[in-house]
Design a protein around this ligand. Sequence first.
Ligand code: CA
Length: 418
Amino acid sequence: MKLFFNVSPCAHFGRISASVLFLVACALPAFNTHAQSFDSCITSLRKSALTQGISAQTFDQAIKGVEPDPDVLKAYDYQPEFRTPIWDYISGLVDDERVQEGRAQLSKWAQVLAQAEQEYGVDRHAIVAVWGVESNFGAIKGRRELVRSLATLVCANKRETFFRGELMATLRILQSGDIAPEYLVGSWAGAFGQTQFMPTTYQRLAVDFDGDGRRDIVNSIPDALGSTANFLKKAGWITGQPWGYEVTLPENYSGPSGRKTKQSLAQWKSLGVKRMASSGKKTTNNSLAQVVPETTQAALILPAGAKGPAFLVFKNFDAIYGYNAAESYALSIAHLSDRMKGGAGIQTPWPTDDPGTSRAERREIQRLLIVRGYDIGEADGLVGAKTRVAISAFQTSTGQPGDGRAGQKVLKALREAK
Ligand code: CA
């Protein structure tokens, strides 16, 4: 989750959680390059912490031996070379593996989830989908020490006010004893735990759902699930309402779209927007009001333009968007929760002749590259710089443009290559 850099003209320039790198091509704002020295910065942070109710002991213990982390600054300054197409983004996040594991978790934590549904009114599938996407159900929580990462960012004048607030929140968590220092690790930007909350989000919204007296979103799955439910409720979740659904547009549709352009279902209907049944067929009565009243406000989103899948979305889509301010993220959570319920998923093909790959297929691409002698490390299904370079080299060697994308075409070419 959960960095809303709304002060920038680009609302979100990079995915901040540990498990997923969401790259948005966007110019980074200019920063003061005259960073003060780290030591004098820490001295000033200490003064400020002491005026905010953080004890000298908490501060000194937390900051002892901490040095700036150059990798954090690299991650911050990373300028993505290209925008990840939404079909690559979603195909890696919502694949059969994650659907199956999500179902297993739904069954394993059924009692806790029933309790969370009752207390917060949030659909259990959405809770589990967030958990699955944020940390792969707790498997990938990030390994960077929060205090070190956040002190590095503050002292390098990177969004200084924002990260200073996160650092102070981290110190308060330490002082409260809710989470032991060795577990306060996460993404480079400070998102941590099963839910990948930022420290201030933790302070506002984490709950003790297993009743042991501590809010522990790192080691307690019930606390993490309850906290996610609480987040979505506070973000405006409406009990019993769907997030939205896929629709079809009339030919050459040129009407309004965009998440913020809302009008009633009746108005969308009058523009010829029709709900698509999960079987992929248009509903017989073409009614958009089967699940929600026709007066319900909805927005039309076209994540890949009018030629790709189209969705009418309601308030719960906005609640998910609140978790991580990207439509592709919210759509992934929505799609994953539908798939876990047994839905077929998105029916309209993405407008590409080279669709994205699942994590299993990405591992296969990597294994096939390794067999061909490319040094890409482990076949872990994560397409990082080394894998992209290898794919690009392989593409070039076969006379294809070397874009480095792990799509279906390169998978097919690798399978067929001698
Ligand atoms: Ca607890």
